[in-house]
Design a protein around this ligand. Structure first.
Ligand SMILES: O=C(O)C1=C[C@@H](OP(=O)(O)O)[C@@H](O)[C@H](O)C1
Ligand SMILES: C=C(OP(=O)(O)O)C(=O)O
Length: 452
């Protein structure tokens, strides 16, 4: 869905207490992988709790274009009839991955070792994002990629007819790069090895095992060696997608900064490779508890409870933690504005190549709300104003970035004069129903830009 829709300006007013339980949609990372691995297995996969946001719906459409049967059988309930490893058909049109870096990069990996060609595109945000990080390792399997300069979309991948397995050390801490290499390795004979220096989210490895592939991870002083045995026959699976911790972060953060709040978000995925925000919030002094810790669908989950936290303190987040909270820095920056003292986020240059340059988007938006910030290429510092101390009243540019839009709407709920975003429409890519869910807790969003 790459058409530029109409912008939807939105304003959040300063809110009374947020209270109640909030049902968060399914995890976006797990949802993409469930559709792709379902399409690569032989037979019928059943998925419950699939995220029905724009990004994942684009991946579902792409899997159909490569020949899988993908059918919605009820709310969040999907059926995928796969074509098997190496069984992808050549799509007869361009694959449009909309706003989704995960979608396009994982699908390029999944088709790169099958002798077919596919052309990929996306919306104005995705067309600016670097694809060379994926096409470079895919070329080592024997695939070719022809795109715009700097590997930008639109881009055509010609899959390798006679793929050879590779050993590849990822130069960036990226689960998308890792996953693209592992998915390509599925159709290469022998062992494909991906080495990462920092752990990144491991949903691909977990789910590949669940579909019957042999994947082992060895942690050494030289890095994490992830080895996949190629050309398995993937068995279809029945899986339930955990609720998305990256989406849960928004109502949780809003509860921490709005006086009198007490919010429960049940059944949230708490895979340690995703949980860095929650560790950070606790270090800041957040009143955050984890109840009913359990395992669901191969992933650890818990019920999170967040209460208003008037005594938050600024902290430093170390580079080694960045990957485990990479999508949460926008909302952490908002919480940091309501803390006492400085919060310094280090090792975050990957934020510059997300749906927007998130360091710049947060810095300019926070300044518009009366918050002082400093940035370097690789860090963001927010000078907190304490509980109730954020003036707000500005308009933040969302820049086609769902997380920037949600972060500033949450800020408005705790700021003296509220906050506006110029376009809330990207929110549907990852968190359909965000406005209704927040309204259910007591938040007020108006469809207009009130601030000047
Ligand atoms: O693999 C995934 O599902 C994702 C990996 C991360 O991207 P990078 O791999 O680029 O860090 C993250 O930002 C994205 O939202 C989802
Ligand atoms: C970076 C994100 O997604 P993607 O890379 O899949 O576009 C995100 O959801 O914050």
């Amino acid at each position: 869905m790459s058409g530029a829709g109409e912008a939807k300006p939105m304003t959040a007013r300063r809110s009374g207490p947020l209270r109640g339980a909030a049902t968060i949609p399914g995890d976006k990372s797990v949802s993409h992988r469930a559709l792709i691995l379902g399409a690569l297995s032989v037979g019928e996969t059943r998925i419950e709790g699939l995220l029905e946001g724009g990004d994942v719906l684009d991946t579902a459409a792409a899997m159909r274009a490569f020949g899988a049967e993908v059918e919605r059988v009820g709310p969040g309930a999907w059926r995928v009839h796969g074509v098997g490893v190496g069984g992808f058909a050549e799509p007869d049109d361009v694959i449009d991955c909309g706003n989704s870096g995960t979608g396009v990069r994982l699908i390029m990996g999944a088709m790169a070792t099958t002798p077919i060609a596919a052309t990929f595109t996306g919306d104005a945000s995705l067309r600016l994002r670097p694809m060379g990080r994926v096409t470079r390792p895919l070329s080592l399997f024997g695939a070719a990629a022809h795109g715009r300069s700097d590997g930008r979309l639109p881009l055509t991948v010609i899959g390798a007819a006679d793929p050879a397995p590779i050993e590849y050390r990822s130069p960036v801490a990226s689960a998308q790069v890792k996953s693209a290499v592992l998915l390509a390795g599925l159709n290469a004979p022998g062992i494909t090895t991906l080495i990462e220096s920092e752990p990144t989210r491991d949903h691909t490895e977990r789910m590949l095992r669940g579909f019957g592939a042999e994947v082992e991870t060895e942690v050494t002083a030289a890095g994490r060696y992830i080895r996949l045995v190629g050309q398995p026959e993937l068995r279809p699976a029945s899986l339930t997608v955990p609720r998305d911790p990256s989406s849960a972060a928004f109502p949780v953060a809003a509860a921490l900064i709005v006086e009198g709040s007490d919010v429960l978000v049940p059944g949230i995925g708490l895979n340690p490779t995703r949980a860095g925000l929650y560790a950070t919030l606790r270090e800041m002094g957040a009143d955050l508890t984890f109840e009913n810790e359990r395992a669901e669908g191969g992933e650890p989950v818990a019920d999170l409870r967040a209460r208003f936290s008037p005594d938050l303190k600024g902290v430093e987040t170390p580079p080694a933690r960045a990957a485990s909270m990479i999508d949460e820095f926008p909302i952490l920056s908002v919480v940091a504005a309501f803390a006492d003292g400085r919060t310094v986020m280090r090792g975050v240059k990957e934020l510059r190549v997300k749906e927007s340059d998130r360091i710049d988007a947060m810095a300019r938006g926070l300044e518009a709300m009366g918050v002082r910030v400093e940035e370097t290429e690789d860090s963001l510092t927010v000078h907190g104003l304490g509980a109730g101390g954020v003036p707000g009243g500005g308009v933040a540019a969302a820049r086609l970035d769902h997380r920037i839009a949600m972060a500033f709407l949450c800020l408005g709920l705790g700021a003296r004069d509220g906050a506006s975003v110029d376009d809330a429409s990207p929110i549907d890519t990852s968190f359909p129903g965000f406005g209704a869910l927040m309204a259910g807790l007591g938040a007020r969003f108006d469809a207009a830009t009130a601030a000047a």
